[in-house]
Structures are given as C-alpha cells and as structure tokens.
Design a protein around this ligand. Structure first.
Ligand SMILES: [Zn+2]
Length: 91
C-alpha cells in the first residue's frame, strides 16, 4: 500500500512506503479476526475451557499488531518517517 506524504529531510513530496508491507497485510488479517471474535463473543463466553482463554491470548498479541498498523510510512529515498500531506486550504 502506497501513500503520498511529505519528507521533511528531502523537503519534497514523496510516495511513502511502509517498512514491512507483508507483515502489515497479515496484521490486517489478524485484526479482522478480532472483529469476528467480538461478533462471536457469546460463543467464547459459553466455553470457559478453551475458547475464552484462547481469546485472551489472542488479545495479548493485539498491541503489537496495532503498533504495526499505526506505523507511519517512510521516505523511499532517505528512510525518514514522513508527514501526511496537508489538505489544500480553500480560499
Ligand atoms: Zn526523504
């Protein structure tokens, strides 16, 4: 996934790239299972032995997944973290 951004080190608008794009895709899949898990929570609450502890273990890894998903894109030339482009102000 590419994203237009501004690199302050290069002082130019660049196409920002993520450091780990494939892991980022897997992180989206992991987060999608969380949405399914919230919808299926009555089933998990019913099964105290396997499903509910498994659900808890799943959420132990959720902080790392959120850290990957919230990572800002970097400049492809110098590798600096980029800033998002500011919207054009209407006059
Ligand atoms: Zn740069």
């Amino acid at each position: 996934m590419q994203r237009y951004a501004h690199c302050q080190r290069c002082e130019a608008d660049v196409v920002g790239v993520y450091r780990h794009p494939r892991i980022r895709t897997l992180a989206w899949v992991y987060a999608g299972f969380g949405v399914i898990g919230v919808a299926a929570f009555p089933f998990f609450a019913w099964d105290y032995v396997i499903s509910l502890p498994g659900y808890m273990v799943y959420f132990l890894g959720f902080a790392q997944v959120l850290a990957i998903l919230r990572e800002k894109p970097t400049c492809p030339d110098c590798g600096a973290i980029t800033e998002p482009l500011r919207p054009v102000k209407a006059r």
